[in-house]
Design a protein around this ligand. Structure first.
Ligand code: GLU
Length: 505
């Protein structure tokens, strides 16, 4: 058989913000598609109208735009297999529901919710299946005339899949190997509801994967229990030959303890579980996002790529292009992946280092503006070059380097107590005079002159430098002293020294 063209889909239901686990699913689909020169499709599964949340679809599209995950086809991207929004494909699902009904692979059931409840009371662990269906109100137990009459009367019904019992169903999963379950544990799943004239997830999902020629279904582990049913549906339609291959990805687990990562874990431990900030239109609740929290999209991608997969060695920093080359579904783990949020911060730090000083300076500029700082770009670039190694987020640059842009107004009491000695005012007055006399205020020249002065006078190097730092920074932190003075320039350096001497003497 000729190799099939790789076509994968990411098929979210627009029920709210996209969870970070969903982002990872989309990423793995993307990496797989790119690696095989295949297509990546964006399908919206919105047949459950009760769970529809306005804005969710746009949110999902914007998230991937930010992350740089590109789709070839789908809602908002176009393509030849559309429409890609399931609510716009009603007629297609109706047609395929009829195909199953005509073939005797599905049947119509009229049981009302009350009747089903009564059965559940009556029969312990009631399940609508081969063992019970012949005692229910459906097209298997009623005459065709009765069924037609009820439908003509406008009675609501559902279409159920007729699952043959006692059959081993094999699901071939790229990550998990062969998964076998017995069909007797499955119930006759509802495939279609007359009430809203819409299919359920199962039918729509299978019909679309078939019609859209999906070659691989890569999705979260939570869908694994549906896979046997999906295999049976492919068979019922006679589509076994084009059935996609399955890969069910490992769960994302809480950073601490056991269980699935939830939004509550993020709230509890202080990290986002959504790519972008999300404003819940129903509750008004605002949830933080990776973008607004200051993450670089490259860092988020790299972090997520390694949650459930590894390249087989200890390489950690990988660009999207490298990931496309290295990714391998066979190397995905079966076991859940702990969501190590600290590692996410580390990746952001690494990506700040990898980016040019100019790029980071551009991200820092709006923050400077917010603080009322208007300053030449080359100064910002220099400061960023000196300081970016100290932060995990661009926004942390303000606290770390504001002294480059604003003179200290106060001097940290603890540092003063420890570092400002008896003779500090006198020494700093001398040093200010020395610096003022310099024509060449370059870093190298200053350093040479000042070191020689300290040596000639026999001063204590540490004491001088600590006091000097206090006058310029207002506290005990910061980079190399002459890096600071070179950025501040002669005038500002001396002004700050004189003021500190005034205040602290
Ligand atoms: N609509 C499902 C979801 O929200 C799709 C599951 C699948 O990929 O089959 O994740």
């Amino acid at each position: 058989m000729a190799e099939r063209k790789v076509r994968v889909r990411f098929a979210p239901s627009p029920t709210g913000a996209l969870h970070i686990g969903g982002v990872r699913t989309a990423l793995y689909n993307y990496l797989f598609a790119r690696q095989h020169g295949g297509d990546m499709i964006f399908r919206i599964e919105d047949t459950d109208s009760h769970r529809f949340v306005p804005g969710a679809e746009e949110y999902i599209i914007e998230s991937f735009k930010w992350l740089g995950i590109k789709f070839d086809e789908g809602v908002s991207f176009g393509g030849n297999y559309g429409p890609y929004r399931q609510s716009e494909r009603r007629d297609i699902y109706k047609k395929y529901t009829k195909v199953l009904l005509d073939a005797g692979k599905a049947y119509i059931a009229f049981d009302t919710p009350e009747e089903l409840d009564a059965k559940r009371q009556e029969i312990h662990n009631f399940q609508y299946d081969a063992s019970t269906r012949m005692s229910m109100r459906n097209s298997l137990t009623m005459s065709k005339e009765e069924v037609d009459a009820l439908i003509a009367e406008g009675k609501q019904y559902v279409v159920r899949f007729k699952i043959e019992p006692n059959e081993d169903v094999h699901v071939h999963d790229i990550i998990r190997g062969e998964v076998v379950i017995n069909s007797s544990i499955l119930d006759d799943k509802v495939l279609y509801k007359s009430a809203d004239e819409l299919p359920t997830y199962h039918l729509a999902n299978i019909v679309d994967d078939h019609l859209m020629e999906i070659s691989h279904v890569i999705r979260g582990e939570e869908w694994l229990p549906s896979a046997p049913l999906h295999v049976l549906l492919y068979r019922a339609f006679g589509w076994e030959d084009t059935m996609p291959e399955f890969a069910h990805l490992p769960l994302l687990l809480k950073p601490d303890g056991n269980g699935k990562l939830s939004k509550r874990d993020g709230d509890r431990l202080g990290f986002p579980v959504f790519p972008l900030e999300w404003h819940d239109p129903k509750t008004g609740e605002v949830s933080s996002g990776y973008r607004e929290s200051g993450y670089l999209p490259e860092a988020v991608i790299n972090f997520l790529a390694l949650l459930g997969w590894n390249p087989g060695n200890d390489q950690e920093i990988m660009s999207l292009d490298e990931l496309v080359k290295l990714f391998d579904l066979h190397r995905c783990s079966k076991a859940g992946a702990k969501f190590d949020y600290e590692k996410g911060k580390w990746f952001n730090h690494e990506y700040i280092l990898l980016k040019s000083d100019e790029e980071i300076a551009n991200l820092f500029l709006p923050i400077l503006k917010e603080h009322g700082i208007e300053t030449p770009m080359d100064k910002v670039v220099t400061v960023v070059g000196l300081m970016k190694g100290r932060v995990s987020f661009v926004k942390e640059l303000w606290d770390t380097c504001k002294f480059f842009f604003v003179a200290p107004e106060e001097y940290d009491a603890k540092t003063v107590k420890k570092r400002w000695k008896e003779d500090s005012a006198e020494r700093m007055t001398e040093l200010a005079a020395l610096l003022e006399s310099l024509d060449d205020f370059s870093l190298e020249h200053q350093e040479e002159v000042v070191m020689k002065w300290i040596e000639d006078k026999g001063y204590h190097m540490g004491n001088i430098m600590n006091a000097f730092r206090l006058t310029l920074v207002g506290e005990g932190k910061g980079p190399h002293m002459f890096d600071i003075t070179a950025v501040l320039g002669k005038e500002e350096t001396i002004k700050r020294m004189r003021r500190a001497i005034e205040v602290l003497k």
